[in-house]
Write a protein that binds this ligand. Structure first.
Ligand code: ADP
Ligand code: MG
Length: 616
């Protein structure tokens, strides 16, 4: 039999390797930026078009390459960074495998322009799918420019597999941020679709963090510093009160390389113990320097995990360093005169004295009365009550506008026919409702009784209301006397920009969204001013992990997230009117049976069931 084994041609091997190195446009960004850093550049410019689908270009002012190297760099295992296996143990560069450029060139159209300082002419190379198209001398400035176009042009499956532009763009920003944070002394610029997203001049670390994230970041940061034999720890941690729900501002760098480590994260969290509210995440920018021979350097180029020789000691050192800084900060809190009160909201609530809600029983209330439904059921009576009892607002958010938003006509429908209640059949509308355990609303129905989960029910009501507003675009908005100024990271601003059209239909009025700042002059009627930043933050947090591809589902996600944030919670006392309002609004919903998160909103217990219990 003839032999069947043969060696794969280089371009095929490169294409296979590329699958590992280049998963998405952001991988190319990472490799090109790291090469530019390794080439000792002081100024690096990233230019991206269409989240990397059409163009990713990195221009640096580093060492450049001579004619031979310019061609060589596209060969697999072509690297200037190690010569011997031992070099691996004293590595201070990002790259060392010589795989990245070969891989990228295998699956894209690449144009390289490079010149070394003392050469008169530079080299201009065009390579497409591992095939050299041209190589010419050219007049060029010192440094290197790689332009990568038509990524995955010869692997359609991969190209189609790319996520939405939003998701890919976010990955690119992530990579950019990581490299920029690791090298504050380098001037980085990032231009996306022609507009400058970041311009980060050479600076110290603190300034770099502030330039990358929101403008108020500076006041959040507490420095940390520790030096021991096995590790040097430096960087900044965020004060506990600035913790967020998302983990987007948590960074570890080891020898200037971004890494992820659940173990070290745990050490930091342990130091914050007792200082954070449930589910909140502190921001941190922590830089560890360890001798290169104490980490396992044989890391895959795309992987960000790392193995340390002495993990346990690192854990202990990190924990105590962070704890120490937190302690110091607590003893001597920084005076911030221009603190943004909006960021403090949850804590104001904490300090608010609890006041007893007023119980108002309206014995004559009959939602089915034909004559003036709007009186017994109207927003105005609610508003009156609000002025009597200001604490009411924080206790019970969100129902005051139900009338205008969803209920007026469905109310009439209810009045005309009780068939809306389907098999549930409320016995009589003036039935009393009772709240038990500040969690359930109980009501008598023809067949027995009904128990409604107040939180889930309200989520359903708000969810349908928002969705309706978004589709018919007629949400009312409350004009703010003083526009709200909120700060977000560039990342979040980008997301906000995309969400803007949908948010506007819920009642938000944005005067300005730029850099890290948002000015809001109108908000949906059922949100209080102090809730705005929480709602937006939760919304972005919900959307960040998974952005739906089409706008319909973006609306859906926004409606869900806002319903979740604003629905009345378990543990909230409800007046009888509020209970009734929930019951009525719930059954005016299209899908009253389940919450937006597919959990049952109510159960019914038949008289038979009750009889059976007594029969024992
Ligand atoms: P690695 O970074 O692992 O060495 P790469 O494929 O990324 O492998 O790059 C191959 C080689 O090309 C590098 O070792 C370096 O010598 C050269 N090179 C790549 N990018 C640049 C650049 N921007 N400036 C100067 N030399 C570069
Ligand atoms: Mg490299």
């Amino acid at each position: 039999m003839s032999s069947v084994i043969h060696l794969l041609p280089d371009h095929v091997a490169n294409q296979i390797a590329a699958g590992e190195v280049v998963q998405r446009p952001a991988s190319v960004v990472k490799e090109l930026l790291e090469n530019a850093v390794d080439a000792k550049s002081t100024n690096i410019k990233l230019i991206v078009k269409d989240a990397g689908r059409s163009l990713i270009q990195v221009i640096d002012n580093g060492l450049g390459m001579n004619v031979t190297d310019a061609r060589m760099c596209f060969e697999r295992h072509a690297t200037s960074k190690i010569r011997h296996a031992e070099d691996l143990f004293s590595l201070y560069t990002k790259g060392f495998r010589g795989e990245a450029l070969a891989s990228i060139a295998a699956i894209a159209h690449v144009e390289l322009k490079t010149k070394q300082e003392n050469d008169e002419l530079g080299t201009h190379i065009i390579i497409e799918g591992s095939k050299f198209i041209s190589q010419d001398p050219a007049v060029l400035p010192k440094g290197t420019s790689f332009a990568v176009k038509n990524l995955f042009f010869n692997i359609p499956a991969r190209r189609n597999f790319l996520k939405s532009e939003t998701v890919e763009h976010r990955h690119i920003i992530d990579e950019f941020q990581r490299v920029a944070l690791a090298h504050p002394a380098i001037h980085f610029t990032f231009i996306h679709n022609g507009s400058e997203l970041f311009n980060l001049p050479s600076s110290n670390l603190r300034q770099r963090i502030v330039n990358l994230f929101a403008g108020k970041t500076n006041e959040k940061l507490v420095p940390i510093s520790e030096e021991t034999e096995i590790v040097k720890v430096q960087g900044f941690i965020a004060k506990p009160e600035f913790s967020k729900k998302s983990r987007t501002e948590q960074f570890f760098f080891v020898n200037d390389r971004f890494i992820k480590s659940g173990y070290l994260h745990h050490a930091v969290m342990a130091a914050y113990e007792g200082l954070l509210k449930d589910g909140m995440q502190p921001g941190y920018f922590i830089y560890l320097d360890v001798p290169p021979n104490t980490i396992d350097i044989n890391i895959h180029p795309t992987k960000t995990e790392i193995k340390f020789d002495d993990e346990h000691s690192l854990y202990a050192i990190l924990r105590s360093t962070v704890k120490h800084s937190l302690g110091q900060f607590n003893v001597a809190p920084v005076l911030d005169f221009d603190r943004d009160p909006n960021l403090d909201t949850p804590y104001e609530y904490q300090e608010k004295e609890a006041s007893m809600p007023m119980i108002q029983v309206d014995a004559n209330f009959n939602p089915f009365a034909d004559d003036k439904p709007s009186k017994s059921y109207s927003g105005s009576s609610y508003r009156e009550k609000r002025t009597e009892s200001p604490a009411w607002e924080s206790l019970y958010v969100g129902l005051k506008n139900d009338v205008q938003e969803i209920d007026v006509h469905s109310f009439e429908q209810v009045a005309v026919s009780s068939s809306l209640f389907n098999d549930v059949d409320l016995e009589e509308s003036q039935n009393r409702t009772y709240q038990i355990h500040k969690k359930y609303i109980v009501s008598s129905i023809k067949s027995g009784m009904m128990v409604i989960d107040q939180q889930r029910a309200h989520q359903r009501i708000l969810y349908e209301q928002y969705l309706k507003n978004m589709t018919v675009q007629q949400a009312s908005s409350q004009q703010l006397l003083f526009p709200l100024e909120l700060y977000f990271s560039v990342h979040e601003i980008q997301l906000l920009n995309e969400l803007k059209p949908s948010l506007v239909t819920t009642g938000f009025v944005f005067d300005l969204i730029e850099n890290d700042k948002v000015i809001i002059s109108g908000i949906p009627v059922h949100i209080t001013e102090s809730e705005v930043s929480i709602v937006l933050e939760e919304l972005m947090n919900d959307l960040q992990s998974d952005t739906p591809e089409n706008s319909f589902s973006i609306n859906d996600s926004i409606a869900k997230s806002m319903a979740k944030s604003l629905a009345v919670r378990t543990g909230t006392y409800l007046t009888e009117k509020e209970q009734e309002n929930i019951v009525n609004s719930l059954f005016a919903c299209k899908e009253p049976n389940v919450s937006p998160f597919h959990k049952p909103t109510f159960i019914t217990i038949s008289v038979d069931d009750i009889d059976k219990k007594f029969a024992i």
